[in-house]
Design a protein around this ligand. Structure first.
Ligand code: NAD
Ligand code: UDP
Length: 354
């Protein structure tokens, strides 16, 4: 059980939001946005795939508080709470498959704990669900009414079925306890603060392109995805949370521009002016063949549509990674030099004669 200290005095005068997974890629952008909107923000994260680096500029903000906590354990928060955004869960296939049992527990037990908290506080609850609830879809493009095609025993199931079970719990809390709930089914999202080593296609390809390494296309690159820039996505989450109480979703939030993975590779090579070549590697098991959201419901009900073009989004993301790689590569070069100097001193000290 985690007991939190009372929030600094500001929360009395503004609405207070809890963001789980707030030190992650999407969560940290959401924290930025909520603070701009005047919310007091409580960010809860166990730093599994998130990083303090993402929220460092917020740590001195009087309306921001960070708590290191695993949502698999219950969370007790003194005082009022108006909004809960539940984003805690590793999102990239490499990360969620590394400890699949833990992923399932985060999705199910974590969501259950946060729903209980929402019930105690009469807070609105928004869930970061996923297009993975559609699995390897047989209906294309995917509307919210499609029930999906998930392999329940495959390596992606810990995430896909975990998120499906979380949706079930959320709608049961809504029916049984009249909790105000909102579910966003997020499609592939990209932008600054993705991790350079998360194994996702956009981050992998950009890092490979910037380093001049081969671009690793899995399969023949004909599988498709639809990529949404993080600012658009966060705007959708905000609009959904503030929509009238009877609107629950689920809503698809994603960019309907569909691309093959080979097209993604070519776009990134062009945007980064890289001369890297494509290298074809084997396709992971159960990799969905195509994915494209129908976003008419979000458009009609929330007035939301993505606005940032692929080019603009990729340019911003490439600029972020270029800076990040330069910083980490300079840092590791310095470490290498210092340790080789130290080794040299030790060698000299051990062999004074020469
Ligand atoms: P991310 O890995 O950057 O962020 C997830 C955050 O949750 C991390 O900071 C991590 O440390 C934290 N976390 C994980 N398990 C936790 C636990 N048990 N307790 C507390 N914190 C925990 O990923 P992201 O891309 O920012 O994804 C955020 C949310 O959006 C996730 O729930 C993910 O399933 C969902 N989503 C993301 C995408 C996408 O394309 N990025 C697509 C669909 C859904
Ligand atoms: N992919 C790829 N090369 C990579 C990483 C991913 O070809 O280096 C492919 C992957 O097989 C999938 C698509 O890109 O078909 C999107 O993968 P990602 O892991 O980013 O997201 P998800 O599969 O969860 O949609």
């Amino acid at each position: 059980m985690h007991m939190l200290p009372a929030m600094r005095s500001h929360h009395k005068y503004s609405r207070r939001a809890l963001v789980t997974g707030g030190a992650g890629f999407i969560g940290s952008h959401l924290c930025d946005r909520l603070l701009q909107r005047g919310y007091a923000v409580l960010c809860v994260d166990n730093l599994l795939t998130g990083s303090i680096r993402n929220i460092r500029p917020l740590l001195n903000h009087s309306n921001f508080q960070f708590i290191e906590h695993d949502v698999q354990g219950p969370l007790r928060i003194p005082g009022e709470l108006d909004r809960i955004f539940n984003l805690a869960c590793p999102a990239s296939p490499a990360h969620y498959q590394r400890d699949p049992i833990d992923t399932m527990k985060t999705c199910v037990i974590g969501t259950l704990n946060l729903l209980e908290l929402a019930r105690q506080k009469s807070a609105r609850f928004l869930q970061a669900s996923t297009s993975e609830v559609y699995g390897d879809p047989e209906v294309h493009p995917q509307p919210e009414s499609y029930r999906g095609c998930v392999n329940p025993t495959g390596p992606r199931a810990c995430y896909d079925e975990g998120k499906r079970a979380a949706e079930t719990l959320i709608f049961d809390y809504h029916r049984v306890h009249a909790l105000q709930v909102k579910v966003a089914r997020i499609f592939n999202t990209y932008g600054p603060r993705m991790l350079e080593n998360d194994g996702c296609v956009v981050s992998n390809f950009i890092v490979q392109a910037l380093r001049g390494e081969p671009i690793t296309v899995y399969g023949n690159g004909s599988q498709t995805r639809s990529f949404c820039f993080v600012d658009d996505l966060v705007h959708g989450l905000e609009l959904l949370m503030e929509s009238p109480a009877d609107i629950t979703g689920p809503f698809n939030l994603g960019n309907p521009q569909e691309l093959t993975i080979e097209q993604v590779a070519r776009e990134i090579l062009a945007c980064s002016r890289s001369k890297s070549r494509l290298r074809y590697e084997s396709l992971p098991q159960d990799d969905p063949k195509r994915r494209k959201p129908v976003v008419d419901a979000a458009d009609r009900t929330l007035g939301w549509r993505p606005r940032v073009s692929l080019r603009q989004g990729l340019e911003a993301t490439i600029a972020y990674f270029a800076l990040r790689l330069a910083t980490t590569e300079v840092a590791s070069e310095q470490t290498r030099r210092t340790s080789s100097k130290r080794r040299h001193h030790l060698t000299v000290a051990n062999h004074p004669a020469g």
